[in-house]
Design a protein around this ligand. Sequence first.
Ligand SMILES: Cc1ncc(COP(=O)(O)O)c(C=O)c1O
Length: 348
Amino acid sequence: MSFLERSLARASKCERLPLGDWPTPVRKLERLGRRLGREIWIKRDDRSARPYGGNKVRKLELLLADARQRGARTLLTVGGFGSNHVVATAIYGQRWGFQTQAVVAPQPRSAAAQTNALLAASLGVELIPCQSRATAPLRLLAALRQAQRPYLIGPGGSSPLGTLGYVFAALELKEQLLNHELPEPAAVFVPLGSGGTAAGLALGLALAGLSCPVVAVRVVEQPLCNSVILEQLIWRVRRLLRHLGEQLPGRTNYTIVGDQVGPGYGAVTQQARAAATLLQETEGLTLETTYSAKAMAALTNALRHGPRSSRPVLFWHTANSWSIDRLINADASAALPLPMQSWLAQPR
Ligand SMILES: Cc1ncc(COP(=O)(O)O)c(C=O)c1O
């Protein structure tokens, strides 16, 4: 049995609910590559599950299994007014019989954020608005005291257990490399929000014996996610793996790119818009401007201005790309709490 197979066998001892369609496909972005003069590949986590893909699915498979084992009834989480994480938690939570409550904070109102807010209301999420991200922890604590058999899911689902989902994702990639579905990349580009995606990938790639760095493109202000936070998370996942009987992985390899965040979380930057347009024109693929377009902007920037190389790079698409409009009720905006209704009414 190969090292990878042994790892997977041990890892599978950890309960996971079947939410996703694995492995997510990989494919070469021919036209984009030609435009940028480099071989570029994509990992389609945007199609990780139906009806809602994206990076939350891998985390939720583990978190919801844990919530069930603990006999929880309510998933209590936190995010922006238009959070992908809240929507994904509500969709897959509902499927497994959970109610979802979410403490939500204002964020810039992009098209994707607006759609998510309406979808959260349509899904019956109990939305608890707070004034800013700074006041969210206190509101969360108050909600936790009142909730019925709650299971707390922190920002972005990036607990050590949720992060393990991206350790498995890296092993999935390794399997695809062994099957010659793609060449070994020189770097893996991914957005950096709460950190679980990048931390899990970095650890998983090390576990799989792959040396390529994860390029973590920060989309939040630096105090919210940085190398100290990533290192702590990686350390806690290592501890969890040891607890599960997993062999300790080797050195992680990641870099944080901090020049794409712009004025702050959710702000639509020109570079992100241009990167989204470029991918749409060349490959017909859609990116949203809070996460995935910023990661793509960092990739295009690195290829245009970084050191010359002929080695391929991998873009890990983390944002849902299935259409969710049909899941939104006609009266969704009326179901939103008043601060969110005013936010929706603001000019963009
Ligand atoms: C679409 C998308 N991409 C990337 C991320 C960032 O992942 P992480 O929070 O694990 O750093 C998020 C987090 O909310 C997201 O919604």
